[in-house]
Design a protein around this ligand. Structure first.
Ligand SMILES: CC(C)(COP(=O)(O)OP(=O)(O)OC[C@H]1O[C@@H](n2cnc3c(N)ncnc32)[C@H](O)[C@@H]1OP(=O)(O)O)[C@@H](O)C(=O)NCCC(=O)NCCS
Length: 159
């Protein structure tokens, strides 16, 4: 049985998600991103998963309270125990039905057992041209992250 590699969450941005400027709080958006990514990784691996890395979050546009929000998460690369998930957030006025991309990012999850030890995940094989390009993109980002981590050192700078 081929497992699902993508998931979409849909809901309304609630007044409890507001920031000091009257729009949706960036932290609320990051929570939605993590939840959608987690559901995607668990759905693929059939295992509990932990977030290893969240990168490239770019807030292109604000999300407004009362907007319909769509958070789409798609597996774009599997390693031995890790899964790289691309997440995109779109939002818009439900009365108009026009949704625009507000945010995107890549999250790396690792499947773990009851002791928190990484366990192997089923490999995802890209077949379409678009999926091959997405996998290449994930690999390229992995290389870029290696360079960044080398520059930052094992624990980043000391504040
Ligand atoms: C995720 C975690 C289990 C990985 O543990 P680890 O000892 O590094 O495990 P491994 O060395 O076996 O690596 C596991 C996978 O992570 C990848 N990985 C580890 N360090 C990495 C890094 N710095 N960058 C990218 N990938 C990394 C490895 O490549 C491996 O993937 P692969 O099997 O697909 O090749 C551990 O770091 C952890 O528990 N972190 C905390 C997670 C957490 O609490 N998240 C919640 C957010 S606060």
């Amino acid at each position: 049985m081929e497992r699902d590699r993508e998931i979409t969450l849909r809901f309304l941005a609630e007044p409890t998600d507001v920031n000091f400027g009257g729009k949706v709080h960036g932290g609320a958006v990051m929570k939605w991103i993590d939840q959608a990514g987690y559901a995607c990784a668990v759905g693929w691996s059939g295992q509990y998963c932990v977030t290893l890395y969240v990168g490239g979050i770019r807030f292109h546009r604000p999300v407004l309270i009362g907007n319909m929000v769509e958070v789409s998460a798609k597996l774009i690369y599997t390693g031995k125990t890790s899964m790289h998930v691309a997440v995109e957030v779109s939002a818009g006025d439900p009365k108009e039905g026009l949704y625009t991309k507000t945010t995107q990012c890549i999250i790396v999850f690792v499947a773990v057992d009851d002791r928190g030890t990484p366990v192997e995940v089923e490999r995802w094989e890209p077949k379409t041209e678009q999926d091959i390009a997405l996998e290449q993109y994930a690999k390229k980002l992995m290389e870029l992250r290696k360079d960044t981590e080398e520059e930052m050192g094992p624990h980043g700078i000391v504040l």
